[in-house]
Design a protein around this ligand. Structure first.
Ligand code: DQA
Length: 179
């Protein structure tokens, strides 16, 4: 089981953008990495893969980070991944991400989604553009999961599409930031 904290997923290697004709002499990666997107996971998401797999699936947090980093490579963006169990740690992380100049955030705040005014305030204070993601469809679950302190200030929300939701959020956020 991966420990909570900052899992390395930064990948600065050149990337392919689409399938291409091998005879095409155009350089493979003409697009500079113009954006850095942080993927932030909250409490208990370090247990992905073993945590209630009937709800959250079999993908581990490391698999998720690898997949979203790969999706970032295809889009030509730098992806940095973090996971913390503590509310204060997540608040401080959001401050740090804003200070270090990330361009946007994809966040699954786990249970803090439903409880944390502090996390909402951190996202509002930094004005970081963010997409909220939930692996499970929270609206098909207990009523206390139906309220989010983040949704109304998010660029968008993706729920119930499994860990694929992170990649979809990345595509949409990058598209918006480049528009
Ligand atoms: C979750 C849904 C939350 O209600 C729950 O507390 C989580 C995970 C999801 O990804 O489906 O920890 O955010």
């Amino acid at each position: 089981m991966p420990p909570p904290g900052d899992l390395t997923c930064r990948n600065l290697t050149p990337r392919a953008t689409t399938l291409r004709d091998p005879a095409d002499p155009t350089p493979r990666n003409p697009m500079p990495q113009d954006l850095t997107i942080a993927v932030v996971n909250g409490p208990n998401l370090n247990l992905l893969g073993t945590r209630e797999p009937h709800i959250y699936g079999a993908t581990t947090l490391q698999d998720l980070h690898n997949d979203v980093t790969e999706a970032g490579q295809e889009l030509g963006v730098d992806v940095v991944c973090h996971q913390h169990n503590g509310e204060g740690e997540l608040v401080s992380l959001i401050h740090d991400l804003a200070r270090t100049g990330v361009d946007g955030v994809i966040i699954n705040a786990g249970a803090y989604t439903h409880t944390s005014v502090a996390l909402r305030d951190a996202l509002a204070a930094t004005a970081l553009p963010f997409v909220e993601v939930h692996i499970s469809n929270v609206y098909r679950r207990e009523p206390f999961r139906h309220h989010s302190y983040l949704s109304d200030i998010a660029r968008g929300v993706i729920v119930g599409l499994g860990t694929r939701g992170y990649e979809l959020a990345l595509i949409a956020l990058v598209e918006q930031l480049r528009a």
